[in-house]
Design a protein around this ligand. Sequence first.
Ligand code: AMP
Length: 280
Amino acid sequence: MDIIRSVKEMQQWSLARRREGRTIGIVPTMGFLHEGHLSLIDTARANGADCVVVTIFVNPIQFAPNEDFDSYPRDFEHDRALCEEKKVDAIFAPGVNDMYPAPVTCYVSERKLSKGLCAKTRPTHFDGVTTVVAKLFNAVLPDLAVFGQKDAQQARVLRRMIRDLNFPIRMVISPIIREADGLAKSSRNKYLTPEERSNALVLSRSLQEAKNAIANGEKDLVKIANEIKEKITAAGGRVDYVETVDADELEAVEVKSEAPIMIALAAYFGTTRLIDNMVI
Ligand code: AMP
């Protein structure tokens, strides 16, 4: 497994693989890898990637000044061991100065899907994400990119970026991996105290209960969202948002029809902000 630090070296590595006729899958991450991330590597291979490149980069420009960039968990040696076990071909782990040698004045900005849901409390977040992922694509030159349904809005925004900017890249969205008790795996779960972690189980539980209610004929999605908010509050969480949206366009949907909807939510337990979602 190669460890690559600079954009130029990464491009040369990928161009050499491409000249050999091998396809490249990219799995972008911020590191502190867990089984959710590792499942994306399997998805890349299952979708035909001959080589898999995992990128590990905690991207400063997607964090607001009051957010957790400095304290975001990092453990490169553990990440490297996990990637080695998964037979990843290369880790691209640039430093901040490799990715941003000069202050950024050119951004990639999606203007519809990136405006609601998480953007209401994180208004600059998605410009940071689209900009860094465009840069990672230009460094890794992948044929295939895999993102997690865990970050559902991010995946929709990036799918739109690939379409609108003609990146010659196929994108696959991989399902959410959960702990045995339902909590969606996340690097940020490390921040939770045992009590907060136990309280946070309300997220996956209330999504599952909403799914059951809809299966039993409930069509009022405003009521469904309100019930989830009440349950989160009763469990000691602080709701950021609970919304029912079209699963692709992310527009609000208030009445369930045959079309799939997504219930997306974000809530704080202590100071930790968790997200989760379910497509129904
Ligand atoms: P992150 O390191 O949190 O930026 O996540 C990197 C990628 O892993 C993103 O595409 C996430 O959606 C995906 N991911 C994170 N957690 C999970 C999970 N529990 N299940 C599936 N994918 C995940």
